[in-house]
Ligand binder design. Structure first.
Ligand SMILES: Nc1ncnc2c1ncn2[C@@H]1O[C@H](COP(=O)(O)OP(=O)(O)OP(=O)(O)O)[C@@H](O)[C@H]1O
Ligand SMILES: [Mg+2]
Length: 411
């Protein structure tokens, strides 16, 4: 049974696929990926569960595959949440530093974050996470880690992430029904940010776009933290659908053509290569060219990128931030996609993926990111790192609170 503290499981319940990744933390603090399981996602549309039983079955299949690879059973998983029904807002908390010598401890940090959580929430919403943007000690602002500093008054400006109770409950229910406990719920954007972005990009400002099957998730990072996010209900499945309708063929064949031969850039479509495709229900076979595929793919890719641009404008960026744009998710694999995205957004665009053997593809960014995020949050011991109960305290307690929240829901 995989219940040891040095084993972490990431579960990405996506629209196209469910991916379960098992990571092992080595003694030097490095993470090794030791198990990977994938199963087509049957019960999810646009990131939302529409069929409980099918989702449970898909989760079971993906997890069983990962378990076979590892040779042991998984107990609990860190599960990703789509940003669609998530609310982000800024909250402040303030406390007096408790110790007589005025040294700030992990307990003070925990108390001030607790204070930031005291907000009026509608009945159907629940706090998922509270992420400090900056701490302020006696009017000195911009402090990232106040533990060990001296001060009288500790203040925090934090981002509070709330989620819809119904969608969170159903998500956890599926995981539980598949036989796994939910160790934590983590926003997909935060998981992707761990894997796809450099510290500099996050600091300077960068847009991260996760191009999935049913959704396109845009996250803005700046000042080292997530600032905003938006989820568009379009993705790779729409490209497949356009192809299927345009070529008058099945969704399955259109999907295969898209993945194997699809291009989003005209220069790549100039080749005259011809592809023979089957018609639906015994209709005649036909010959199409790569240029024909491009003709159906490009308008949808342009539409997706223009919708992204509009959302970015809404977030206050008509011009791209210094860190540019980073793409991930399955659709970012399409030939010419990043080049076309660069033209639409008029900035540098790169595709990001995990650097681990066996999961080196943008389709694994979220699942691997969940492991990384959790690893950092739990404050795993690293050689040479001061084991401060305080610094561990914040992240660890965040994790504990999520567990409590999960427990409360089931009460
Ligand atoms: N090589 C490729 N070229 C083009 N599209 C691809 C390629 N590989 C995968 N895709 C597309 O990527 C999409 C799946 O991506 P991903 O696995 O990131 O989605 P998901 O996480 O299941 O969905 P979502 O994030 O929307 O819930 C599908 O539409 C698939 O067709
Ligand atoms: Mg996804």
């Amino acid at each position: 049974m995989l219940a040891r503290r040095d084993i972490l499981v990431g579960m990405d319940i996506g629209t196209s696929n469910i991916r379960v990744i098992v990571g092992e933390v080595a003694t030097d603090g490095a993470i090794n990926i030791i198990g990977v399981g994938t199963s087509p996602s049957e019960g999810i549309k646009k990131g939302i569960i529409i069929d409980l039983e099918q989702t449970v079955e898909s989760i079971s299949k993906a997890a069983a595959e990962a378990e076979r690879m590892v040779g042991a059973t998984i107990e609990a998983a860190n599960v990703g949440i789509v940003g669609a029904h998530v609310g982000l807002f800024t909250s402040r908390g303030v406390v007096a530093v408790a110790r007589d010598d005025k040294e700030i401890t992990g307990q003070d940090v925990e108390r001030v974050l607790q204070a930031a959580r005291v907000i009026a929430l509608p009945q159907d919403r629940e706090i998922i996470d509270v992420i400090p943007r900056e701490f302020i000690i006696d009017d000195y602002d911009g402090i990232r880690d106040p533990v060990g500093m001296l001060g009288v008054r500790l203040e925090v400006e934090a981002m509070v992430i709330t989620g819809s109770m119904t969608s969170l409950r159903n998500l956890m229910r599926c995981v539980n029904m598949a036989g796994y406990a939910v160790n934590s719920l983590i926003l997909n954007s935060l998981a992707n940010g761990e894997i796809c972005l450099t510290r500099d990009e996050k600091e300077l400002g960068v847009f991260l776009i996760d191009l999935g099957g049913g959704t396109t998730e845009i996250s803005l990072f700046k000042g080292g933290a997530l600032q905003d996010l938006a989820v568009l209900p379009v993705g790779g499945d729409h490209i497949t659908n356009d192809l299927a309708v345009g070529l008058r063929t099945t969704f399955e064949l259109a999907e295969r053509l898209k993945v194997e031969k699809g291009v989003a850039l005209e220069q790549l479509a100039s080749s005259e290569r011809e592809i023979e495709i089957e018609g639906i229900s015994g209709r005649e076979r036909r010959i199409v060219s790569i240029a024909d595929l491009f003709g159906f793919i490009e308008p949808r890719v342009m539409e997706i990128m223009n919708l992204c641009k509009k959302e970015m404008g809404r977030m206050g960026y008509n011009q791209m931030p210094p860190g540019g744009v980073v793409l991930t998710g399955g659709v970012s694999l399409m030939k010419g996609f990043s080049e076309l995205a660069g033209e639409v957004l008029d900035c540098s665009v790169r595709v990001a993926q995990p650097a681990y053997l066996g999961v080196k593809s943008p389709i694994y960014s979220t699942a691997v990111g969940l492991i990384h995020y959790m690893y950092r949050s739990q404050g795993f011991r690293r050689p040479g790192k001061r084991q401060d109960r305080g610094t561990r305290g914040f992240a660890y307690n965040m994790w504990r609170r999520i567990r409590n929240f999960i427990a409360n829901i089931w009460e």
